[in-house]
Design a protein around this ligand. Structure first.
Ligand code: SF4
Ligand code: SF4
Ligand code: FES
Length: 310
């Protein structure tokens, strides 16, 4: 069997560094297998958190070659084995020991969010489209990789003022629930600081569950998302219309009518059924209808003092 070199962080919040281990490689191995090999044969005191080894418990999050990864889902045959593979703990949380970080701050934020609270006196009935829409946000496995890469937490350490993408996902699921009777938008704006989010999308790229999100496009009037993703959350076409593309070509697309939530705001509008490989786009109509615009100098979103009525 060929060998691979691993450089694994050993230490705690005060001291530590990368320690080299040589691991024999077998077909189908993932990074977590290599860590278990190191534990079994070379470093029985190596601290590694894991539980399911199936990408579902969210425990084994780490930084593999500097990228946020579930170690149980990161196959060795997808990594360059001719150079050392580094495995480090998530940077945004304090290290307890080796690869295990202290993530209890997330649970404290979670407690601030009022749970599902049923509307009084309504029939407990949901159609399948509503179930699918809410289900998208319930795919979260609480791996906290999105929290780890979000620059508001990672680089600016705004843990007192910002809840982070994992909790924006949880709130989106609750706010879109048709039988939920309370609003969490003030909490989102005031306590969880959603205004700090500048939609860089790093959280989406890190998410092993591919929880849907939207980009902003300064040139697009309507929002757009891949057709399959829209159908998955129960949105059906309401009509078809011609759109002029950036290259001047005119093409017909179906559109649906949807509720769009972002940055603690909610609006309604058209969403285009785009090609499946298309990046989701948040159009200017949705942005401007809630008084948000783009600052071209910083390429971030900013709130207008008031929504223009002209
Ligand atoms: S899009 Fe917002 S929440 Fe996600 S990483 Fe960027 S700043 Fe953080
Ligand atoms: S939203 Fe995605 S990246 Fe964030 S905690 Fe949930 S599963 Fe992990
Ligand atoms: S061990 Fe459960 S997600 Fe990796």
């Amino acid at each position: 069997m060929p060998d691979a070199t691993f450089k694994v962080f050993r230490g705690d919040i005060n001291n530590g560094g990368l320690v080299e281990y040589i691991v024999p490689i077998a077909p189908g191995m993932v990074v977590l297998d290599a860590l278990h090999y190191i534990q079994a044969h070379q470093a029985p005191d190596l601290a590694v958190r894991w539980n399911c080894k199936a990408g579902k418990c969210g425990s084994c999050s780490a930084e593999v070659n500097g990228h946020p990864r579930l170690t149980c889902k990161t196959r060795l045959d997808a990594l360059p084995l001719d150079e050392p593979i580094t495995v480090q703990p998530m940077k945004s949380f304090p290290v307890l020991k080796d690869l295990v970080t202290e993530v209890s701050w997330n649970y404290r934020i979670n407690k601030k969010i009022p749970p599902f609270t049923a509307k009084p006196n309504v029939e407990w009935k949901m159609d399948q489209r509503e179930v699918d829409r809410v289900q998208e946000f319930r795919k979260c496995i609480e791996c906290f990789l999105c929290q780890n890469v979000c620059h508001v937490l990672r680089d600016h350490d705004k843990k007192e003022q910002f809840g982070g993408p994992r909790f924006f996902v949880r709130i989106a699921g609750l706010e879109m629930h048709p039988l939920d009777g309370i609003s969490r938008t003030e909490l989102l704006k005031k306590e969880l600081g959603i205004g700090f989010c500048n939609i860089t999308k790093c959280c989406t790229e890190a998410c092993p569950e591919d929880i849907a999100d939207f980009l902003v496009d300064t040139g697009a009037t309507d929002s757009l998302a891949p057709s399959t993703e829209l159908r998955k959350i129960g949105i059906e076409p309401a009509g078809r219309t011609a759109y002029e593309l950036a290259n001047g070509r005119v093409e017909e697309y179906s559109f649906g009518l949807v509720e769009i939530s972002f940055m603690g705001e909610v609006t309604a509008g058209r969403v285009i059924f785009g090609p499946d490989e298309a990046e989701p786009i948040l159009g200017m109509t949705a942005l401007e209808s809630v008084g948000i615009t783009i600052d071209p100098a910083t390429r971030t979103l900013k709130r207008l003092p008031a929504i223009p009525l002209k």
